[in-house]
Design a protein around this ligand. Structure first.
Ligand SMILES: N[C@@H](CCC(=O)N[C@@H](CS)C(=O)NCC(=O)O)C(=O)O
Length: 207
């Protein structure tokens, strides 16, 4: 059985979507970031980063959402992280694209538009917002092109890359950002939202 420690923002959601989609047996432990629970000595004993998500399996711990998604799919022998080396690298490529590029700009918008307001950290920085909007749009065009003629990001098959990426892109609804111009991205978002795994993870978050 896996144990996932998390809070319902994008990094934990990526791992929840994967745990649900591969049908893993897991228990979820809510770590209330708003109350600083991630800064407790108990939690810091599980991760050197004092951030969520953290996965516990067979008495060992893993941090970093991408590593957790890959590990879970590996342990479950899931085709969501294909064994073929090139196919696997294609999945890794799109996960890295999101970690280093497009996801980064969605995170920036989430910080400026949501976190700053929620935790009384001052007004959104318009210069940073505009830079994030410009770069997100440029990289959404890349994503839209990739999805032209393909339902999924890599190898024409649903993979952990889609679930990982979706957790960033779905934030467009809670930040001031539109994806209307990207028809393939919109269709991909709808496709992922229709998965039972995503509905299950969202139901857990809504409780
Ligand atoms: N690169 C890490 C990022 C983890 C991260 O930033 N988690 C946030 C929540 S989404 C967190 O725990 N923030 C609390 C803090 O930084 O104090 C991952 O992908 O897991």
């Amino acid at each position: 059985m896996f144990h996932l420690y998390g809070f319902f923002t994008q990094n934990t959601l990526k791992t929840l979507y994967v745990l649900e989609e591969v049908g893993a047996d897991f228990e979820f432990h809510f770590v209330n970031l708003g109350k600083g629970e991630h800064k407790s000595d108990e939690f810091k004993g599980k991760t050197p980063m004092a951030k969520v998500p953290v996965l516990e399996h067979n008495g060992e711990h893993l941090f970093e959402s991408g590593a957790i998604c890959r590990y879970v799919a590996n342990v479950m022998d899931s085709p969501l992280y294909p064994a073929d080396k090139m196919q696997r690298a294609q999945v890794d490529q799109w996960m890295d694209f999101f970690s280093c590029h497009l996801g980064r700009w969605f995170n920036e918008l989430f910080f400026e538009d949501v976190i700053k307001t929620k935790y009384d950290m001052g007004e959104p920085d318009e210069v940073r917002r505009q830079e994030a909007v410009k770069n997100a749009n440029a990289q959404l065009r890349t994503l839209d092109e990739q999805l032209e003629g393909s339902q999924w990001l890599a190898n024409n098959a649903l993979s952990i890359a889609d679930l990982f990426a979706f957790a960033y892109v779905e934030q467009y609804r809670i930040v001031d950002f539109s994806i209307d111009d990207y028809k393939n991205v919109n269709a991909w978002v709808e496709r992922i939202e229709s998965l039972e795994s995503v509905a299950n993870a969202r139901a857990r978050a809504a409780k």
